[in-house]
Design a protein around this ligand. Structure first.
Ligand SMILES: Cc1cc2nc3c(=O)[nH]c(=O)nc-3n(C[C@H](O)[C@H](O)[C@H](O)COP(=O)(O)OP(=O)(O)OC[C@H]3O[C@@H](n4cnc5c(N)ncnc54)[C@H](O)[C@@H]3O)c2cc1C
Length: 508
């Protein structure tokens, strides 16, 4: 039997995107692929990206990663959602948890029963009907054996990349330390059949390192971060700018020592020109101020962040500039952009690592056996586009639907035009409490409901089917769910006790 030649895959960049890709390709297709990763210690990584969402379980399952082991290696804590403080208005907070709300019926979601219950004075806060929500507020956690776990992690991004590097190298991925000086492309001067250009004209041929080493490949994965060295600087793929919808363009990040036990949620605290994150790890806290530079100078942002962190600073505040938007094509010729090179929405809902994982899985599914197939490329790009637009709309929602009017930034957000797809969702919920999710979309009904209600959007009416339920039955229905949730959560230990027992950090 003739042996197939191994495809040569070159990954440019060793941040979270590069090592997540390398670990997956090495572990799952290492026998068929020859994978090399090049990274530059001199350039370094973006150094942020420490909050995740529950979809990361899928990636970990594929790679057979043991949760406790990964968490101990990365100083990780559990995350059950995000607490949005001052987002609806100053002094008004709400939680977007990863859990499902109450119980749906065949015709309508739980929110309709809850809305009627609120009207009649029979229902309490929506979060009382969701275990993850209540547990986050009470600082409790337990791994739910045998159930789909709606939890994610806060971890140290550089330790996570190191952990994945171990897996990748065990499965044969070669790592080269060095700076890429030049990206070389195929140039075919002769015309192909029927006067057409050669189909691989302009495809990437090799990366030339400053050391003089040449890395030739069949497929190139651009994980070089915001620079997009291959996808943009070489292939000039183009970028759709979304700053008119997502105007924050800067962040300052700093790490501090922990001053209390870590809570099982990310804190997102809005301020007059953006918002601030607090991500509690086992031994330290990640902090950052995200802002729009039209409304806050870099200098003032640093001062504001320093004034608002708790605990001694472990690093110097670091400035990061970005432009929200998406690459026009995520796969162009024989180059696939994964991570920040493919676009950036902003970190509000911790979706970047999720998008990295989705691109990796999609790439695995569409991996060419030989030459690149254009139909695969088009499908990859179409699916990525749909996913990014859904996440984009969900993030814009937080800025658009707000009662804050205390600063020019928030007044701008409340008045800005939004994509028609989001306007439609807001209208459907505002008019009659309805939400929906298409197959490829990330955010489910419970997410839309929590954020829409949390931001202050109140439906004018509920689904008529709820009115068929007698009031006493509705009261009983709501009370049963609430009691069960409370009973379940009371049985869970305090989050930090669980962490100490289950996955104590190797850093401590
Ligand atoms: C302010 C902020 C907060 C964020 N918070 C979150 C969050 O909470 N959750 C989340 O999911 N995501 C978050 N993200 C996104 C997250 O940080 C990234 O998705 C993730 O870190 C992946 O980055 P990357 O690997 O694409 O790029 P980088 O980390 O920038 O890595 C780029 C790599 O390319 C290499 N490189 C570049 N040029 C060359 C060259 N010429 N030669 C050789 N090597 C080169 C670098 O050395 C590096 O190894 C955040 C992003 C920002 C900006």
């Amino acid at each position: 039997m003739q042996m197939m030649k191994k495809q040569r895959v070159v990954i440019a960049g060793g941040g979270t995107a590069g090592w997540m890709t390398a670990a997956a390709l090495g572990k799952l297709m290492g026998k068929q692929l020859d994978v090399t990763l090049v990274e530059s210690d001199e350039i370094g990584t973006v150094g942020v990206g420490e909050a995740t969402i529950p979809t990361l379980h899928l990636y970990h399952r594929l790679l057979n990663i043991n949760e406790a082991d990964m968490m101990a290696a990365t100083n990780a804590t559990f995350k059950l959602g995000i607490m949005f403080e001052n987002w609806r208005d100053v002094g008004k907070d709400y939680l977007h948890s990863f859990g499902f709300l109450g119980k749906d019926c065949w015709a309508c979601g739980f929110q309709h029963f809850w809305l009627k219950g609120r009207e009649m004075g029979l229902a309490s806060e929506i979060g009382d009907y969701c275990a993850e929500h209540l547990a986050a507020r009470e600082g409790r956690f337990a791994a739910l054996a045998g159930q789909d776990q709606n939890h994610a992690y806060h971890f140290d991004a550089s330790l996570y990349a190191k952990f994945l590097r171990g897996i990748a190298e065990t499965h044969g991925v070669k790592r080269i330390e060095g700076k890429i000086a030049e990206v070389q492309q195929h140039v075919y001067e002769q015309q192909h059949v029927n006067g057409q250009q050669h189909p691989q004209n302009g495809f990437i041929k090799a990366l030339l390192l400053e050391s003089g080493q040449l890395l030739e490949g069949d497929l190139f994965i651009d994980c070089t971060g915001f620079r997009g060295l291959l996808i943009e600087q070489t292939l000039m793929t183009g970028y759709d700018d979304w700053t008119h919808w997502l105007p924050c363009d800067s962040a300052v990040a700093v790490q501090t020592v922990s001053t209390g036990t870590p809570v099982p949620y990310t804190r997102s605290i809005s301020h007059p020109a953006g918002w601030q994150w607090r991500i509690p790890l086992q031994s330290r806290v990640g902090n950052g101020l995200v802002y729009c530079s039209k409304y806050l100078s870099d200098m003032d942002a640093k001062t504001l962040l320093k004034a608002n962190v708790q605990g001694e600073m472990l690093t110097e505040p670091r400035l990061i500039k970005f432009r929200t938007g998406t690459r026009r094509k995520h796969w162009n010729k024989n180059c696939i952009a994964i991570g920040l090179s493919s676009g950036f929405l902003e970190p509000l809902e911790s979706t970047s690592i999720h998008l990295i994982q989705r691109s990796i899985i999609r790439l695995l599914q569409m991996m060419p056996a030989g030459e690149v197939i254009q139909a695969d490329v088009d499908e990859f790009n179409q699916q990525t586009k749909i996913e990014m637009e859904n996440i984009r709309d969900f993030i814009i929602l937080h800025y658009k639907v707000t009662e804050r009017s205390d600063s020019a930034f928030w007044r701008h957000c409340a008045a800005m035009e939004i994509p028609p797809s989001l306007a439609h969702r807001i209208e459907m919920f505002g008019e009659a409490g309805k939400v929906y999710k298409f197959a490829q979309e990330l955010f489910g009904e419970s997410s839309w409901i929590q954020v829409m209600l949390g931001q202050g959007l109140k439906p004018k009416q509920h689904h008529p089917i709820v009115d068929l339920m007698p009031q006493s039955e509705l009261a009983q229905f709501l009370a049963n769910i609430k009691t069960n949730v409370a009973r379940q959560v009371q049985a869970w230990p305090p989050h930090y006790d669980f962490v100490q027992h289950y996955c104590k950090s190797r850093m401590m």
